[in-house]
Structures are given as structure tokens and as C-alpha cells.
Design a protein around this ligand. Structure first.
Ligand code: FAD
Length: 404
């Protein structure tokens, strides 16, 4: 796959483009409206995993569903710039959307990957406590996970950790067998193909640039089309706040929070040979999971992400942390790692609803209180990759409500 961003922004396997061959001309035209006015039941803004999963879940039933993506390819923003971990659902406050949709989405994602041959591995994960860590932290995490319905967690001793991951330092760990990893680019491609196969009209290189609200419709504008939609789903990731404002939806702000990665290189991969994600204890809010070590399905090992709020949504590379900044956080988990074992990796941008790194903010998935024809799927930071199919299902219920 060719890339459109700086090389470090896209440290991923390159495969064939996921460009859709569908075009706006397949939309039905309303003669009364004249040329250029298209009409659809549902318009989805954003072709990341969330928008694509919403498209797949809402298509069919005689509806016209259309998906706008501003880039030529789908999923090139946050959906393919993350750790690729299928989370079990441990970290989030009980009853939160993140907690519920992560557990539901995880199971759905494993089924989806198995059915559609998306490379993935249910490899399990260790959250490790070192000598200096609070002895009760693992129990608290275990209790939190169980409250979310993650019922296979276990606190394990050093010997268990050593057998699984001989190079990992731990006094004890939380073992999560239902955590896994997935190849995000393959997931995007498969979701796109599935959605297109169900009749969704895919419009790449088609940004939403404006809109007007009417009683029965939302009129949305792209540089080349005017589309009349009975419902709109806002799945615009980092730009969901701008899309909401364009459609007179509720005001909110997306705060970009950059995560940077390093990678283990060459000989060090032989040394560590990590088989599963290894995490430190998270921040108490559960919002930042800490710099972790994660193998990918294609055989590399990522270290990160860091967390840093910034103003620009599209600055992925400016003022990067030096590779040395990753050495100490990596040594917390893998004490034998040396500076020469690491090189800089990619980056990803979290679309945060809160500017406070220590505050928990949930997904915003709702029928907009100001604009009832608009459905928000915003603030979808981690575990949004894991939860995407569950988010699609929930959004499809809201779409049914609007269209009924
Ligand atoms: C560093 C990092 C690590 C993460 N790790 C994990 C993990 O291990 N596991 C996990 O479950 N989650 C993880 N996540 C979270 C996960 O990546 C996201 O929750 C998920 O990708 C969100 O998908 P999305 O479709 O909402 O967003 P995006 O992929 O950003 O898609 C939004 C799309 O909307 C398009 N768009 C924006 N504005 C417009 C417009 N006006 N018109 C048309 N299109 C528009 C964009 O071009 C983009 O393609 C991580 C995130 C980060 C940043």
C-alpha cells in the first residue's frame, strides 16, 4: 500500500490499496432537486473502523447508506495508528460505554476476524507489577475487570510470568487470556469490503464541508455534491467536533493527544522475542495504559505509546521524543533492553473528549440532543478499535430509532 503521510507516521505493512471503486453517481438523483442533489437514508461521515463498522451494521433493509471519507483511502488516520490490541475490557469504570462495548466488541471482533481471515492472535496479555508497585493495584484491577464482565482474569506469580515471557521483570502480574492483537490494515480492508458488499455507497476523497438542518433532512455539502440525508452518523474521529458544529449538533471539543512509539530492532528481537502484549500498571483513571511492549501480527515489536496533548490534529512528527526517552519505560518491563535495541516507530493521535490526562472520559454515542437526526459516535479513543463492531451495533439501533 502506498502511503500519503511521513514514513514514521505509517509504520505498517504495505498491501494493496483499499480504494473503493464505487462513486457518487450511483446515488439516486431527485429530479425535483435538480442535478447535484443526492438523497440517502443514512450518511456516515468518516471511514475509519468506527464509520465502516457503522456502515456494515446499518446497511440493508432497503436503505440507501452512504459513507464519506475525506482521504483517498479508508482507515488511514487513528484506525491504523494504534497498538492493534484487542482489549479484554479491564480498565474502564463499571457501566461505562467503554467497558460494555469493549467486552461486547472484543468477542464480536474475534468472531469477525476468524470468519473473514483477518490476521489476529488471541495471545493473552500480562499487566505486570514490579517491586516498587503498590501491592494492592493488581487486585484493584482484577476487581475492576470482573465488574466489567471480564471473568477469566487471574493474578499470577513471577514463575508464571517467567515461563510465558522469560525476559519480563515482574513481582506478580494480572494475566488476561482474552486479550489479543489484530492487523488493523487488514481489518479496515475487510470492513470496507463487507460494507460495500452490503450495498453501502463508499465515497473516498469526499470531505464533508458544511451542512444545514431541516425538519425532515440534514443537507450536507461536499466540494462536489449536495446530499440530503434523513440521518447522519458522525464518525469523524479527530474532526468529530468540527462535523458536529457543521450540522448544528451539540458543541464539544476533541483534544488531540499524541502517542509515540519506538520499535525493538534486529538482534534485540531475538533477545526478547515477545509473544504477547506486556503492560505496566495503568494510571488510576484507566485513561493512560502506560508505555507497553506489543508484538504485531507481522512480527515486529512496538514500544509505546506515550501520551502528550497538543493543539494540532495533524502534527504527527513535529518535536518527536528522542529514542532514548523510551529506554527507561521499556526497562521497567524488559530490564535487559539497551539503547541500541530501540529505534523510533510510528505515532497515533487520540481523539480525547477531555483535556485532562487524569480524567476518565467515555465514548460519546448518542442521538444528538440539539439535532435529533444526527447520531454522534465521537470521542472514540481506546478501546475504540476493539469496540468498533459493538459501536456499529449500537449506532444501528439509534439509526433505526430515527428512521422508524
Ligand atoms: C496511540 C493509540 C493507540 C491505540 N491503541 C489501541 C488499541 O490497542 N486497542 C484499541 O482498541 N484501541 C486503540 N486505540 C484507539 C483506536 O485506534 C480508535 O479508537 C479507533 O481507531 C477510532 O476509529 P475511528 O473510526 O473513530 O477514527 P479514525 O480512524 O480517525 O476515522 C475517522 C475518519 O473520519 C475521516 N474524517 C474526518 N473528518 C471528515 C470529514 N469532514 N469528511 C469526511 N471524512 C472525515 C478521517 O479522515 C478518518 O478517516 C489507540 C489509539 C491511539 C491513538
Amino acid at each position: 500500500m502506498t502511503i500519503e503521510a511521513p514514513s514514521r507516521y505509517q509504520k505498517l505493512p504495505r498491501e494493496q490499496p483499499n480504494i473503493s471503486c464505487e462513486h457518487a453517481s450511483v446515488l439516486s438523483r431527485d429530479p425535483a432537486q435538480g442535478y447535484g442533489m443526492e438523497e440517502v437514508d443514512l450518511l456516515i461521515v468518516g471511514g475509519g473502523v468506527v464509520g465502516l463498522a457503522c456502515a456494515r451494521a446499518t446497511a440493508g433493509a432497503g436503505r440507501t447508506v452512504c459513507l464519506l471519507e475525506r482521504h483517498p483511502r479508508f482507515g488511514t488516520e487513528t484506525s491504523t495508528h494504534n497498538s492493534g490490541v484487542i482489549h479484554a475490557g479491564i480498565y474502564y469504570p463499571a457501566g461505562s460505554l467503554k467497558g460494555r462495548l469493549c467486552v461486547e466488541g472484543r468477542d464480536a471482533l474475534y468472531r469477525f476476524c476468524a470468519t473473514h481471515d483477518v490476521p489476529h492472535s488471541r495471545c493473552g496479555k500480562l499487566i505486570v507489577a514490579g517491586p516498587g508497585d503498590d501491592a494492592t493495584a493488581l487486585e484493584q484491577l482484577l476487581a475492576r475487570g470482573r465488574a466489567n464482565g471480564v471473568d477469566d482474569l487471574e493474578i499470577v506469580e513471577r514463575d508464571f510470568v517467567q515461563r510465558l515471557e522469560p525476559h519480563v521483570a515482574a513481582r506478580a502480574a494480572l494475566w488476561s487470556p482474552s486479550t489479543g492483537i489484530v492487523e488493523t490494515e487488514a481489518l479496515v480492508r475487510t470492513l470496507r469490503r463487507e460494507a460495500a458488499g452490503r450495498g453501502v455507497i463508499m465515497l473516498p476523497t469526499m470531505p464533508l464541508v458544511g451542512g444545514d438542518a431541516h425538519a425532515e433532512w440534514l443537507h450536507v455539502r461536499t466540494p462536489s455534491e449536495s446530499i440530503r440525508a434523513r440521518t447522519v452518523v458522525n464518525a469523524a474521529g479527530l474532526h468529530a467536533d468540527e462535523v458536529s458544529a457543521m450540522l448544528d449538533g451539540r458543541p464539544f471539543r476533541i483534544h488531540p493527544c499524541r502517542g509515540e512509539y519506538a520499535e525493538l530492532v534486529g538482534a534485540s528481537r531475538e533477545l526478547v522475542n515477545i509473544k504477547r502484549p506486556v503492560y505496566p500498571l495503568p494510571a488510576p483513571s484507566g485513561e493512560h495504559l502506560g508505555v507497553h511492549v506489543t508484538p504485531t501480527t507481522w512480527g515486529s515489536v512496538m514500544v509505546g505509546p506515550t501520551a502528550r496533548y497538543q493543539d494540532a490534529k495533524d502534527d504527527h512528527e513535529g518535536d518527536r521524543l528522542p529514542v532514548d526517552a523510551f529506554v527507561e519505560p521499556t526497562r521497567v518491563l524488559l530490564p535487559s533492553v539497551r539503547p541500541g535495541d530501540l529505534r523510533l516507530g510510528g505515532t497515533g493521535m487520540r481523539p480525547k473528549l477531555s483535556p485532562d490526562a487524569n480524567a476518565f472520559s467515555d465514548f460519546l454515542i448518542e442521538r444528538d440532543p440539539q439535532q435529533p437526526r444526527l447520531i454522534q459516535a465521537a470521542g472514540i479513543d481506546s478501546p475504540g478499535l476493539t469496540a468498533c463492531l459493538a459501536i456499529g451495533r449500537r449506532v444501528s439501533e439509534l439509526v433505526d430509532e430515527v428512521l422508524s
